[in-house]
Design a protein around this ligand. Structure first.
Ligand code: ZN
Ligand code: ZN
Length: 306
């Protein structure tokens, strides 16, 4: 709750390396490699023995990660720096991302051949050595990463939210996603910025919208009024005859652009007319007199349309 903002941690590619299905084996090696929708290619044998006895390391690029941060209304306008703790998979230092440890000499199970002979009834057939995964080398699964070549780790990152960042903007941090295995490249990290709201200013892109009340006299006669902007107060000229709901534009009083150097959005002020609350006789007299002097019917246009 609160603090640095809520975080949604998304793994775009599930860590599913257990998708082997014996039917695929029966159909042939071509189909097996794509089973399970896990990560990239892998051969059929690592599918059979993966994660059990045989080293299953294979080069696979790391997954992209997506992370959501909440920035306040002002933080996004002025820019800020956030410290984020991001769980990711990092290269296993115990096996240097290989997923296995190798001793000199041949595999003691298959004596370096990479295959062993199995019997099933009267039949004999060769299968890939479950101990070495077919390499013929004396390899054992890394006990730290269990063959994945990567371990869970929380990265502490400082991320700069540029001034003028918009809601939903993505910041790409190349190579900060999950590590790849066996030297394959790491994925990217995407930070998605959610920008908070303000009670008065409504932001749309680089423009700021707000509603400002004005008196009937100001609107009828024209006036210069003070209105709030994101930089403080500014003078707005209300032209004579301004209607309620009319929108007036203050050029370049919006948000400085995060993309285009020197560019700024506008502030769009909607005028809301507030009639005077009259209680004294003198004011009422003046308004009656005013009505007599201006007998036009404000509903004339309306009646023409129905
Ligand atoms: Zn390892
Ligand atoms: Zn072997």
């Amino acid at each position: 709750m609160g603090g640095g903002g809520t975080r949604t941690y998304t793994q775009e590619v599930p860590f599913d390396f257990s998708g082997f299905d014996f039917n695929d084996f029966a159909e042939g090696a071509g189909a097996a490699g794509r089973k399970g929708g896990g990560g990239g290619f892998r051969d059929i044998f690592s599918g059979i023995f993966g994660g059990h006895e045989a080293p299953m390391a294979r080069p696979e690029p790391g997954e992209d990660l997506e992370y959501q941060v909440n920035a306040g209304f002002w933080q996004a306008i002025k820019g800020t720096e956030m410290q984020l703790t991001i769980p990711r998979r990092e290269l296993c230092t115990n096996c240097h991302g290989q997923g296995f440890l190798e001793r000199p000499g041949p595999c003691p199970e298959c004596h370096g051949k990479g295959q062993i002979t199995q019997k099933s009834g009267s039949m004999k057939f060769n299968v890939v050595c479950p101990r070495c995964g077919g390499s013929g080398k004396d390899r054992t699964v890394c006990p730290v990463c269990h063959g994945d070549g990567r371990v869970e780790h929380s990265d502490v990152l400082k991320v700069r939210i540029k001034a003028g960042t918009r809601d939903g903007q993505r910041i790409r941090l190349p190579g900060r996603g999950n590590a790849g295995t066996m030297g394959a490249p790491a994925g990217d990290l995407y930070i998605i910025v959610r920008v908070g709201e303000h009670p008065v200013f409504k932001r749309e892109g680089d423009d700021i919208y707000l509603t400002v009340p004005a008196t009937v006299s100001e609107a009828a006669l024209g006036a210069k009024i003070e209105v709030p902007t994101i930089d403080g107060r500014a003078l707005l000229k209300i032209p004579p005859g301004t209607q309620s709901g009319q929108k007036l534009r203050l050029r370049e009083k919006g948000v400085p652009s995060a993309v285009k150097e020197g560019a700024r959005g506008d502030e769009i002020v909607e005028i809301k007319l507030v009639p005077p609350k009259v209680s004294d006789e003198r004011s009422k007299e003046i308004l009656r007199e005013l009505a007599k002097l201006n007998p036009e019917d404000p509903r004339e246009e309306l009646w023409k349309k129905v």
